[in-house]
Structure formats: structure tokens, C-alpha cells
Design a protein around this ligand. Structure first.
Ligand code: SF4
Length: 402
């Protein structure tokens, strides 16, 4: 057991590079980013589990699609890999400690962790050995043992390997709550700068298309727990000198045409002893702006053309994209809180999805005449006031000094 825990530690420590259910989320107030609250934690052996060695296993606080918060083990089945992606700590030939589990061994270890309350769900990926199809089979075998032999009913996010076959994608959808394919870059040309041996269309985009097609054409009760899993992807932001416009063009396509639940952006950070080790890291504020813009596309009714891109395709880092749009479009044409439609309210900074619903409900009872009424509904009035009319009058807002 000591050896298994040591291998799991070796596999899980680098997984903070993989965004997942954790890291950032939307609150009801307006799109809101949080990373500190979701930093990985370690569970220490033997204190909490009774004598398995003294290793740390990284378990991440995660927010599930239904809002539930759980302890999520993010790990690989194997950190051995035959590919050589330029940004990756597990790339072939890099001098790093490798570890591998067999499906049954790993499934039993995870169930032991779940029984001890260390982990409640899992995000499982793998380095590639013997091609994408063979590697996918190992992931599927692990999931199958967990579900059908060991009776694990908790949250499972399964990675789809580059080059996986359609039947494998479908099998994953019968076993997992969520599936993902990391596109890494927004298009073929940019992917060549990050991962020269991955095929953007055939190996990465195609499995996401199959997920969408299966969800649309087959009854949902065939999926795990009676629903088809959600699908997500991740981009390495800044790794291939791509623009925000390129990343968000791809994101917009995935939301509109492939039913993607979420695009994750992972700021590029150079890894020693990789071809990109001298490339500067991407500032976290860029990742933050990309999330904000992607939520505008997904939840707030914005079109790509409405986002405030600069001439070089970057979003301004100094201001929130919704705020920047409102300054141009709403400063002289404020929104009347008592008459605006939901989609108009959602354009106002400081009014989020829940806030818009709360306004619609409240004004059925009585006119909203002052900012304190909006504040009581959860509206961020400091941000919203410059763009609002309350019963025909500009909202008078005095920022609180203390
Ligand atoms: S295939 Fe995956 S694990 Fe292997 S080098 Fe590329 S990103 Fe890393």
C-alpha cells in the first residue's frame, strides 16, 4: 500500500495544471472569479487514515455542475507518455519521476480513499502509451471496474484521449458524469506550436463532436445515472502566442454548436526542461478576463463581435469586458430597471443571472425606486448604478467610504 500511495502522490502533484470542476465559478451576483478558495489541499497519511505512509495526496475542493462542493482527486492513471507536447511536464524524454497504475489496482485504491472520506469524486486522465485507443481502453476499464464491480456511484470526470474511437467515447458517456477533451489551442496552426504531434481536427475536435452527436441523437437514459454527461475542454492560454479573439472564437463555436458546458483556460506557465521553458508565463489577469468574456458568450447573450477586443485581438486587461461594453453602449442610454427585459438587465454590470431574476420578481410586487431596494436583491449597485434608471431617474450613487 505504501508503494501505491507514493505512486498516487507522484501522479497527482502536477494535476493543478489541469483545470476541472474547481478553480473558478459563477455566482448569482454577477460573473465572479475565485481561485484562492479553491486551492488544492493535501490529505496527510497516516494521521487521517491509519498508517499508509507519510505521503501527501492532492485533493481539490471542487464545484460540481449542480453546485455541490466535493473533495475531488485529480490524477493520472499513468504519467508515462510517448508524446512530446512542448508545455507538458510529462512529455516523453523529460527527466521526471513516472508512475503507472493498472485499472483494477487503481480502482481499488480510489475506493479505499473514498471509504475513508479522503476523496468523494475523481477526475481521471492519463499519459499516452501505445496510442490514444489503447490508453482510452485503460481509462474505460478503470471506470467500468469502479462503477460496475466496486459500486462507486460518486462523481467521475473521464478524459477522452486524443484519437479515441467513437465507440470509446460512447462507452465513456455511459460511465462518467463529465467527459472532456483538452483542445489546448484554438486552432490547427496554434496547436502546432504547442503539441506538434496532436491533430486538432481529427484527434481532438472530432471526439467532442461525437459527444454532442450522441447526446442529441440517443435517449439520455442511456447515460450514467440516466443523463448524458456534460462536456468541457481546456485551453493553455498564452502558450502558443494566440490572441484572446482566437481563443474566444473557438469557445463560442463550442458553446453554440457542440453543447459544451464549460471552456477552461489555464494560464501558460513554463515548465523547466521543456522546449517552452524560456517563454514568459501568462499573467493570471488574462485568464480572468477570458473567463469573464466566455461567461458573457455562454450566459449573458453576448455575441463575439460585441466583446471589446483591441486591434491585436486581445481583451483589455484593465477592465472587465462587460464594464467596457457598458461604458460604450449604456452610459448614454441607461436601462430602466422597472421595464427592461431580462436580456437587457443582464447587460448591466453588477447584475448577474440571479440578480436579473430577482429584479423581475420584485418589480411584479412594486416599482423599484432606489438603490437600496436593488442592493437588497443582491445587485452590485456600485457597478450597476451608472447604467440604470430607477423609475425614470438616474440612480444617485454615493460610494461608501467605510
Ligand atoms: S499527450 Fe498529454 S501527457 Fe502526453 S505530453 Fe501531451 S499533454 Fe503531456
Amino acid at each position: 500500500m505504501d508503494d501505491a500511495v507514493a505512486r498516487l502522490q507522484a501522479l497527482s502533484t502536477q494535476m493543478s495544471l489541469e483545470r476541472g470542476e474547481e478553480h473558478c465559478f459563477v455566482t448569482g451576483k454577477d460573473y465572479t472569479f475565485s481561485s484562492k478558495a479553491n486551492a488544492p489541499t493535501t490529505e496527510l497519511y497516516p494521521d487521517k487514515t491509519g498508517g499508509c505512509g507519510s505521503q501527501d495526496i492532492f485533493v481539490h475542493p471542487a464545484v460540481l455542475p449542480n453546485g455541490q462542493r466535493i473533495k475531488l482527486l485529480k490524477t493520472l492513471l499513468s504519467s508515462a507518455c510517448e508524446r512530446d507536447c512542448y508545455y507538458c511536464p510529462f512529455r516523453a524524454g523529460r527527466d521526471t519521476r513516472r508512475a503507472t497504475f493498472q485499472p483494477e489496482e487503481f480502482a481499488r485504491l480510489f475506493v479505499m480513499l473514498a471509504q475513508k472520506g479522503i476523496a468523494e469524486g475523481m477526475f481521471l486522465s492519463s499519459g499516452m502509451i501505445g496510442g490514444g485507443v489503447r490508453t482510452q481502453d485503460k481509462l474505460l476499464d478503470t471506470a467500468d471496474i469502479l462503477r460496475n464491480k466496486l459500486g462507486f456511484h460518486g462523481y467521475l470526470h473521464l478524459k477522452i484521449m486524443p484519437g479515441a474511437e467513437r465507440a470509446q467515447v460512447e462507452r465513456a458517456m455511459h460511465l462518467a458524469d463529465r467527459v472532456s477533451v483538452n483542445l489546448e489551442a484554438p486552432n490547427t496552426a496554434r496547436l502546432a506550436k504547442l503539441a506538434p504531434h496532436k491533430e486538432f481536427i481529427e484527434e481532438l475536435l472530432q471526439p467532442l463532436k461525437w459527444v454532442d452527436e450522441i447526446r442529441r441523437t440517443q435517449p439520455g437514459h442511456r447515460g450514467w445515472n440516466g443523463h448524458w454527461p456534460s462536456s468541457v475542454t481546456q485551453f493553455v492560454a498564452g502558450g502558443a502566442c494566440e490572441s484572446d479573439l482566437e481563443l474566444l472564437t473557438a469557445t463560442d463555436y463550442l458553446y453554440r454548436h457542440l453543447g459544451l458546458r464549460r471552456a477552461y483556460f489555464s494560464s501558460f506557465n513554463p515548465i523547466p526542461n521543456t522546449p517552452l521553458e524560456n517563454q514568459p508565463p501568462t499573467p493570471p489577469i488574462r485568464e480572468h478576463r477570458l473567463y469573464q468574456a466566455s461567461f458573457l458568450l455562454r450566459d449573458y447573450g453576448f455575441n463575439l463581435e460585441e466583446l471589446p477586443f483591441e486591434a491585436d485581438g486581445r481583451l483589455p486587461v484593465q477592465s472587465d469586458p462587460k464594464q467596457a461594453w457598458a461604458h460604450v453602449n449604456l452610459a448614454e442610454r441607461p436601462v430602466e430597471v422597472n421595464r427592461a427585459e431580462r436580456h437587457e438587465l443582464l447587460r448591466v454590470p453588477g447584475i448577474g443571472l440571479k440578480g436579473a431574476e430577482a429584479i423581475l420578481r420584485a418589480r411584479r410586487q412594486a416599482k423599484l425606486r432606489d438603490l437600496s431596494a436593488l442592493r437588497a436583491l443582491g445587485i452590485l449597485v456600485g457597478r450597476a448604478a451608472p447604467f440604470l434608471l430607477l423609475d425614470g431617474k438616474r440612480a444617485a450613487y454615493q460610494p461608501m467610504l467605510f
